[in-house]
Structures are given as structure tokens and as C-alpha cells.
Design a protein around this ligand. Structure first.
Ligand code: F6R
Length: 243
């Protein structure tokens, strides 16, 4: 595991974007694994800048997103498809048909989960996976539990996650209670993993990874420690409880 501690959010965003851009330059057909939430917004802004000012070319890039709320259409402003279009895809030259976000309105969600993993496999697997980190240690929507799914699955969101994510909705009641999420196994299959965290509210979850001696399904993020190529990029605030 490689750890990078940087001064602030801007710095971690620039480093993450540079790592992604390097993968794209090395392999224009790269398969990206993408996350939503507030953490990667700065990284996406920097990638957009690189596309506009430096000609970073996404025309052959494919992408798979980690998760989506169950029941939300892609045109719902709270859906992760909408988020990705707004915060990245609409501003770069990626072919939108090569961008995959789990379909929150899939008619057979359980079957759909299997198809999603198959789609990733058929694309050759994810080359570089970006992860944010839940305050409770979740990655994607793999919430702390007695067991965790290996593949993409339907999960119940915890009360805590619903509360934390309600900041994007008009009220907590509007937050969907279920989501489709890539599983821990789907995530660990990526060739490279980059986990990003910033701010004091992530400090405990980061400490629970960096000081972890036993992986646990109650700390889903601890599983990334089993991966052979993982880089954790944090700002000083997120690192503050790990010193
Ligand atoms: C989103 C995702 C989630 C977030 C996590 C942190 O696709 O997979 O695990 O990364 O909830 O969210 P933010 O970045 O909003 O703090």
C-alpha cells in the first residue's frame, strides 16, 4: 500500500487526476472505475481542465461506476448517472455509450447485478478504480455488516449513510433506502486502486484503514489492504488521527 499525504483537497485532487491521466496516456482504451460523492469532484474538475487545456483524450476510454440508488432514473438530479454526466462526462470527449453506471430502474435488479459484473469482465476488467470512503468505512455502498457481497449486489443503506447523503436531497425521507453496488470482489479485481479522502470527518475511517491489523466486514474499506496496487491519497485533516 502506498500512502500519499497532501496539504489540502486541491492537492489530492491534482495528484489523483494526474494518476488517471497517466493511465489514459499510457493506454487510450483504458477502463476507468469511477465514484460519485463530493470527494472526486475536484479530481473530475482537474481532468476536465486537462481535456480542455492539454487535449487529454477520452475518446476511447470506457468507464464503470461503482453504484447507483435503486429506483432512481438517470435523469433524476439525485441519481449517480446524472451526477457523472454533470460533473464529468458532459465536459470531456468520452463516448457516453462507453460510460456505464448501474441502472437504478433495472426491471430485474438481481439479474442486472450479474450482468454488470459480466460487462466489466467483457470490457477486460477495470484498470484503475477510484474510491471515496464513507465515514463508517464503506466503499462503494458496501456497508459494515456481518458479511459482504463479492459481486455487484442490491444492498440496504444504513441509517447513517442515509443521514450523511441526505445533504444532497431536500429531506432525509427522499433518500432511497437501497442501492446497487459493485461488490468488494468486483472492486478488488481492478488492476489498480486509488482511495481518496479529505477532511476531518474522514479521519477516523482513514485511521481504521491505516492502523488496521485485521480486516473485517465491519470495516469494508479494510479489504483494500489485500490488494497489491493500492494508493491512499489523503489531506492532512483526513490523516490527523493516524499520526
Ligand atoms: C459513491 C460511493 C461512496 C462514496 C462515499 C464518500 O459512488 O461509492 O462510497 O465514495 O460515501 O462520499 P463523499 O465523497 O460524498 O464523502
Amino acid at each position: 500500500m502506498k500512502l500519499i499525504v497532501e496539504k489540502n483537497y486541491d492537492c489530492i485532487s491534482k495528484i489523483a487526476a494526474e494518476l488517471i491521466a497517466n493511465e489514459i496516456r499510457k493506454n487510450p482504451n483504458v477502463v476507468l472505475g469511477l465514484a460519485t460523492g463530493s470527494t472526486p469532484i475536484g479530481t473530475y474538475k482537474e481532468l476536465i481542465r486537462m481535456h480542455k487545456e492539454e487535449g487529454l483524450d477520452f475518446s476511447n476510454v470506457r468507464s464503470f461506476n461503482l453504484d447507483e440508488y435503486l429506483g432512481l432514473e438517470g435523469n433524476n438530479p439525485n441519481s449517480y448517472r446524472f451526477f457523472m454526466n454533470e460533473n464529468l462526462f458532459n465536459h470531456i470527449n468520452i463516448d457516453i455509450n462507453n460510460t456505464f453506471v448501474p441502472d437504478g430502474k433495472a426491471s430485474e435488479p438481481r439479474e442486472y447485478c450479474k450482468l454488470y459484473d459480466k460487462k466489466i469482465e467483457d470490457a477486460g476488467g477495470i484498470d484503475i478504480q477510484i474510491l471515496g470512503l464513507g465515514e463508517n468505512g464503506h466503499i462503494a455502498f458496501n456497508e459494515p455488516d456481518d458479511s459482504l457481497s463479492i459481486g455487484t449486489s442490491i444492498v440496504d443503506l444504513t441509517e447513517e449513510t442515509i443521514k450523511v447523503n441526505s445533504r444532497f436531497f431536500d429531506s432525509p425521507e427522499e433518500v432511497p433506502k437501497k442501492a446497487i453496488t459493485m461488490g468488494i470482489g468486483s472492486i478488488l479485481k481492478a488492476r489498480k486502486i486509488i482511495l481518496l479522502a479529505n477532511g476531518e470527518r474522514k479521519a477516523e475511517a482513514i485511521r481504521n484503514i491505516l492502523k488496521c491489523e485485521r480486516i473485517s466486514t465491519q470495516n469494508p474499506a479494510s479489504f483494500i489492504l489485500l490488494h497489491h496496487d493500492v494508493t491512499i491519497i489523503v489531506d492532512e485533516e483526513a490523516y490527523s488521527k493516524s499520526k
